[in-house]
Design a protein. Sequence first.
Length: 432
Amino acid sequence: MSAAKKHSPLDRVLGQINKLDTASLATLAQRLARERELFESIFNILQEGVLVIHADGHIEYANAAAHRLVGVSGNALQGDLLWRFVPGLRPSLEPSLDGTAPVVTREFELTYPESRTVRLYMVPFHPDGVDSGQDPAPRFAVILSDITRDKQTTEERIESERTSSILLLAASVAHELGNPLNSLTIHLQLIERKLRKAAATAADTAAVQGSEFRVQSSRKRRASADNSKPETPDSRPAASAAAAAGVAESIRICQEEVARLDGIITHFLEAIRPRPPDLAETDLMEVLGEVLHFQQRELEDRDIVIDAEMAPGVPCVMADRDQLKQVFFNVIKNAVQAMKPGGRLRIKSRADDDYVYLLFGDSGSGIRQKDLAQLFQPYHTTKADGTGLGLMIAQRIMREHGGQIGIESREHVGTVVTLQFPRKERRVRLLE
């Protein structure tokens, strides 16, 4: 033991303990009890689990956080073996319990009472008042830290950096694709115009040839008295017209596909190069009505019933009208595509002191639990022809408006999407 420890106040008192009377001993015992209670309270408010273990794994002390991490209550850990509660640690930790390693660190997974990642930090020590020569076997202070959230944050940051790199590369590719697509669009339009012009010329030629044929046939009938087979007009113009119609249909399909590709690129570039919202006082119900009117044809074609239940006097919010339309369009389109013809889309609004809410509930097939956590990831889609960007863009827009988007779903029942907007006056208070 060091000289500092031998000359501590407690050591001096303990050195004279045989000379203390009963009253002094009682005072000393009360003082020690208060100090023990104080240290117990301090250790029990720590977020980290603290244990003191022996070389054989027996637990001498465990604070409240250690019990919570391991998933037991009371003082169940004290006096028991650590391996009984965390058996996977024994092969990794036992070789280090000879006391030669100054510091031991480990990371391990706990599955009970819930899945989490824990970092272990272990240091050997000799208790105060016990000379290492008298008790050569050290005890070990073990600190357990729940690093689940930190690990998730690190993984998300790494994934975000990797995604950003991929997106930047893809953005340059998308930009380069835009030029040939524009060229294709222009030349398809030119071909379409030339085809229409050629069709018009062919029609005029056919009309002239038909007129000449009728004149010639009339003359021949007058000049000939026999019963020869009547002549028929040239069928080549009709064949040319049919071929032209086929080419026109092919051009139309090409134009639609080029437009679809251009739309994908536009959405992609909007997703990775967002512009800040141009905030103005906005009536949510008015914007929603415009989007529903725009999608009316698709809703009617699929026989989708809109069941709107709007709370009276829904307050205005500060929002970018165009970006809001994009959010509503994506949410409604996803709901429509998730439902069979004849489905029902319920739209509700409500407000409290802080937020305005819009809820979109569909009667579709729902979303699998494994897909729910990835809905806002770029390029994750459950649709064969989806881009996986719509919900990511919607989430970004909602966040830039100070709001949130939430999704709840049950398979074979349906999905509810909740859009949460801060009230105009609340947003002002937050900014001030």
